[in-house]
Every structure is written in structure tokens, then in C-alpha cells.
Design a protein around this ligand. Sequence first.
Ligand code: URP
Ligand code: ZN
Length: 473
Amino acid sequence: MSLLLKNGLVVTSAGSSIADVYAEGDKIRAVGTGLEMKADETVDASGKYILPGCIDPHTHLDMPYLDTASADDWATGSVAAACGGTTTILDFSMQAKGETLRDAIERQKGKADGKTAIDYGIHPGVTDARPDVIDEVKKAIHEYGTPSLKIYMSYDFRVDDYSMIRLLEETREHGGLVQVHAENFDIIRRLNERFAAAGSLSPLYHAKAHSVLAEEEAVGRAIAMVELTDSRIYVVHLSSARGLQRIREARERGLRVFAETCPQYLTLTEERYAEPDWSGAKYVMSPPLRTRENVEQIWRGLRDGAVQTVGTDHCPFNFKGQKDMAGRGDYRKIPNGAPGIETMLMLLHSEGVVKGRISIEGMVDALSTATARIFGLANKGAIEAGKDADIVVFDPKRRFSISREKLHQNVDYTPWEAWEITGMPEIVYLRGKRVAEWAVDRMRFVGQAGWGRFVKRVPFAGLLEASACQTPA
Ligand code: URP
Ligand code: ZN
């Protein structure tokens, strides 16, 4: 199967120009002007952008939660991702007590294989940092194809500082990367106790308990451990200006601290928690939504390169039956997380590029190129000969009104209901095969369950000390 895209604006993190793209089999074979190869499929991409498929480094598909699970499994979640222009996801699999890292990885692969419509990798999550698990880190990096490992500084399954130090030492030595959920457990715990004593248990108090101070302290502590070990770390879902300031200072001191944010921290604010009829529960996620000032500072971080990537933290729970399950009346019982796997590219383009907050090159870097480099996806993340033909033909003028009913996510709400979007995918290709396309007023999935493959990732290569497209704030 071969594919020729003609006269589109090919966007890379370093620049954009009108060109043709030729793909054969799984791979992009040529990028240039006036390509005349005979192809099975030729597309006139005039007026369109040719973007690398997005890589979402932060999803939680079919994630167990008490006696339920996140609402999207690998079938529905990967279809939704494809329809949003995402061709690779990196999902988490948390180690259960007593398990090896390999057990955790195989468990999630067992759920994904045969079902996923797009490519994927796994970040094992370390909850039980026994000496044999610390020893296994080297294998995770070099044998299992999973060089990034997640830890939590919060929740009951958090690791202590000693374990964080040991993991940083091992990943430094073997070329891995620790990802950290940075919130201070005891600050949140004490604030929860205070609010409970005062009878303040509405969703707004979730946001107040998960205070900016809890994020700032944990980011600062993680940075201290990076300094101690001369290692590197990746802060997931950064939400606050104060956390960002810690990261900026660390990077200015030459420490290798990377950060990811999510569309929700770039577009939504804490007023959402006041929605009536327990609707504020839809936004109960950790960290929580912040103020407008925080939102603008996070955009600034993305613009100037202090934040390198965007992921969705897609962790969907239905409002009816899950978010309001045991939780009505007590925010502490609401499952944490929100949906977003399908809306990342459209929001980043419409709210970021169209509104002048980031450049189109910066968007491609944060959604694909930097993500591929940081996470060792050697064959992905750019429109370049030799890379996988994961391609989005994107119509920058297409209008779309977001609604739950037009999305493919298996969840009963979207936080962006009725948002008016400018710019949507026209066609999405996974390794040269069409998986999604625009159809009248929404995206349609045209791929197949099982087309996606597990991608073995390569060790961290230290290539992302500076991003190619940083622009001054
Ligand atoms: O609230 C969130 N983010 N839930 C998903 C789990 C996590 O902390 O990433
Ligand atoms: Zn998450």
C-alpha cells in the first residue's frame, strides 16, 4: 500500500513548508516538492497541514478503580484517540503489591493486544520498590521496551523519598526516565481532614485540598532528588504557576527536569467545581483545575519550552453511576480523573495556535516530536523519511462544535461540551493505513480493532535538553 499527499503544509518542530509526502508500507519514504510517484492513494492536501500523528504520553485505559474501571477500554479508547488525530498512546500500568514490573506490563498488554486500533507503549508504575524491583529497572529499560517508569508522591500507593532516590539512580545509570505525579500527600491529607471537620465536602473542596502548595512542594522535593542523583525526571500533568516556577529555576540551573501539561490545565478553570447538581464532580481530577492566572502561565511555559509535552491524562468515569456513585455528598469518594483522549489536538490548535498562544511548530513539538524523543519512540513523532507513516492531514479552517454525542469516547460527558473549535483532522493514517476521516459533521473511524501494535521503546538518549522550537515568552 502506498500513499502520496500533495502540496500540504508539512509542519515539523523546526519549521513548515509546502511539500509532498510519499509513504509505502509502514514508512514515510520521501518528503519533498514535485514528488511524482505512482501511489495506491493520492490526496490533494492543498490548504491543509500535514502533521505527525499525535502521541499521547498519559492515558489510563481500562484502569481498575475499586470495583469498577475507567470507562474507556482499549477498543473504545483507541478509536476515540484515532478520531482525534492520535496514533500512539503511552498508557500506565501500576504494579500491584508483590508483582514484578514485567507482571504489570504484561497485564496491560493482555488488555490491549487484539483490541487497540492504534500503536501503544506502557509505562510501568512502581508502587512496591522492593530491592528486586529496583534491580528489574534495568530490564524494563533494555529488555521490555519500557524505559519510563511512573511514581506517585501522593495516594496510598505513593513511594517514599528513599525509593524515589533509588529509582532515579537506576534510571540514570541505565538510560531510563522517572515520571512523577507530584503532589504532597500529607498536605492534602490534612486539608481533607479540616474540610471534613467543617462539613465542607462539595467538589470545590477537592480543588482546595489539592492546593497549589501541595504541587509546588512535591515538585521542589523531586527536583532536590534529581540534584542529589544527577539524574533526570519528568513531571506529569503540571497544573500550577508555582510548580512551573520551580521547574524553570531547576532548568536554569542546568537540571534535567521535564514537564507535561494537559488540555484541561490550559483551558478550564476552578469555577467548574461550582456547577449545580454535583456536576462539579466531573472535574474532580488530581491535580485539580486552577485559576485563569495559572492557565495563562502554563501556556507561557509551553510557549517558552519550560513545559515540553502535552498529554491528556485521559481517565474517564461516567458522571452517572461512577462520578456520582458513592461520591454524592463527599468529594473524597469521587473517582479522580476526566476524559480527553479525543480532544487534545483540536483544543491545542483552536485554543493555542489560532489564539496566538503557541506556534504551529510548537504545537507539533509538544504533541509529537518532543514526546517521541523523551519517551524513546525512535520511529515516531515527525514527518520525515524513515519514520512511521503516522500522519494527520489537518484542515485548519474546519469548524467543529464539540459535543459528547459526536465524540467516540465511551463516557457520558466531555468537559468541553459546546466549545466551538477551529481546525480538525481531515484524515488520520496509522503506519500508512487510513484509520479515521472527517464525515459531514464529525470524525468517523475507518480502521480496525487490533491494527495497533505494542511499540518497544529505546532508552533515553538525552536529546531533549533543549527543544527545537522554543520561542521567547
Ligand atoms: O485525577 C487523575 N489524574 N486521575 C488519574 C490518575 C492520575 O493521578 O494520573
Ligand atoms: Zn494520570
